[in-house]
Design a protein around this ligand. Structure first.
Ligand SMILES: [Zn+2]
Ligand SMILES: [Zn+2]
Length: 389
């Protein structure tokens, strides 16, 4: 009853922010119910009660303030602050050349070519460009101190070698283990080649057909391509953040569902083939997973896209984020950690090492709220205690 009244109350509001909140919490409620209702410790009523209260407390204060101050004053103030900051910054020195390049693209290619081949090029270029640092780090001995799963992986390789070489002596196994330690290159060429082949398959056989839909999407929603209507950078950043919030929510619940013991082995097991992730592995997944978890990426676009430039900005941000969390290296002064509640490499690396917990893609709030980061917190506590000793 309470949940119904909250939903009705939200449906009565008409601006996009209300719809966003409604969609965001509404979809979360559905997945929470899917995940928890079968559990014996939590009855259906408790789930409804929990979620309606959560929905109410999260949305009511913000919306009440908006109603008192007129329409969406919170957002207006945020945009004003960004505008003020923008005015204080010096002119972008690359602006004229970017304008020229954009104009050249519009003059020489059709909208279909820009939407399809342009998006494909942006995706491939950005993906492999962002993977490059992590790929090169494996050849740099001084970077190995930032490798998260260094010791753990050596032990795993040691055991797998032990199993394969029943007839060899322990001494040989120890030699292999020492070699791995010295080389310190847990990402074997075989693994990286397997990963690369699967990536190409996913990129060209699964993602390319989806990318082909970009043109029809932009035509249907009248998404502009011209230079003058490219949104200013504060708006692009704010929209990317909004998309990340939506995608993270989708990813958390669907990812958690894919870990369900009855379906894990059919789809998500592929992504977990590597317990110590490396950058290129970010999109190494079963084709069905690419479609299921990838849907979260498109929901953000449906809600926030107002220019084809924004589409490419969001693709770039999402790739940067997913490659960073799969890089396997926790590099100091990583600017992505400036994003509030950003999970980061250690957070997702633990998911690959432990299989349980830390299901979010970008932020930590869903894991904190639903207590799926307990094992991670205990592990980090232990690591901290070890360092202190
Ligand atoms: Zn997983
Ligand atoms: Zn992963």
């Amino acid at each position: 009853m309470l949940l119904n009244s909250v939903i009705l109350w939200q449906l009565c509001s008409f601006d996009i922010f209300h719809y966003f909140l409604f969609f965001f919490y509404g979809s979360s409620a559905v997945f929470i119910i899917i995940l928890y209702v079968p559990s014996e410790s939590c009855t259906c009523n408790q789930v409804f009660l929990f979620f309606s209260l959560f929905l109410h407390t999260c949305t009511h204060p913000a919306l009440s303030i908006m109603e008192v101050n007129g329409t969406a004053d919170i957002l207006s103030s945020a945009y004003l602050a960004a505008e003020y900051l923008d005015a204080a910054l010096p002119e972008n020195p690359f602006q004229p050349s970017m304008k020229h390049a954009w104009g050249y693209m519009l003059d020489n290619y059709t909208k279909f070519q820009i939407a399809t081949w342009g998006s494909l090029i942006v995706h491939e270029f950005i993906y492999f460009l962002f993977c490059l640092p992590g790929f090169l780090f494996q050849f740099m001995p001084f970077m190995q101190k930032y490798k998260i799963q260094q010791v753990g992986l050596v032990v795993k390789i040691f055991f797998s070698v032990s199993k394969m070489t029943y007839l060899l002596t322990d001494l040989l196994c120890v030699c292999v283990c020492v070699c791995v330690c010295v080389q310190d290159k847990p990402e074997t060429w075989e693994k990286q080649w397997t990963c690369f082949k699967m990536l190409l398959f996913n990129h060209f056989c699964i993602q390319l057909p989806l990318i082909c839909g970009t043109y029809y999407f932009t035509e249907f929603f009248n998404i502009p391509y011209d230079w003058d209507s490219i949104p200013r950078w504060p708006y692009v950043l704010a929209q990317c953040f909004g998309c990340a919030v939506v995608e993270d929510t989708w990813h958390y619940f669907l990812h958690r569902l894919l870990h369900h013991r009855r379906i894990y082995k059919y789809i998500h097991k592929v992504h977990h083939e590597f317990t110590a992730p490396f950058g290129m592995q970010a999109e190494y997944a079963h084709p069905a997973e690419t479609l299921i978890l990838g849907a979260g990426f498109f929901i953000g676009i449906m809600l926030f896209c107002n220019h084809v430039f924004f589409l490419w900005a969001w693709v770039s941000f999402r790739l940067l984020e997913t490659i960073d969390v799969h890089s396997g290296y926790d590099i100091p002064l990583n600017p992505l950690h400036l994003i509030p509640f950003y999970g980061g490499t250690r957070f997702h690396d633990f998911h690959h090492m432990n299989f349980v917990g830390n299901y979010s893609s970008t932020f930590t709030w869903w894991d904190k709220l639903l207590k799926t980061d307990n094992q991670y917190n205990k592990y980090m506590q232990k690591q901290g205690d070890k360092k202190e000793q």
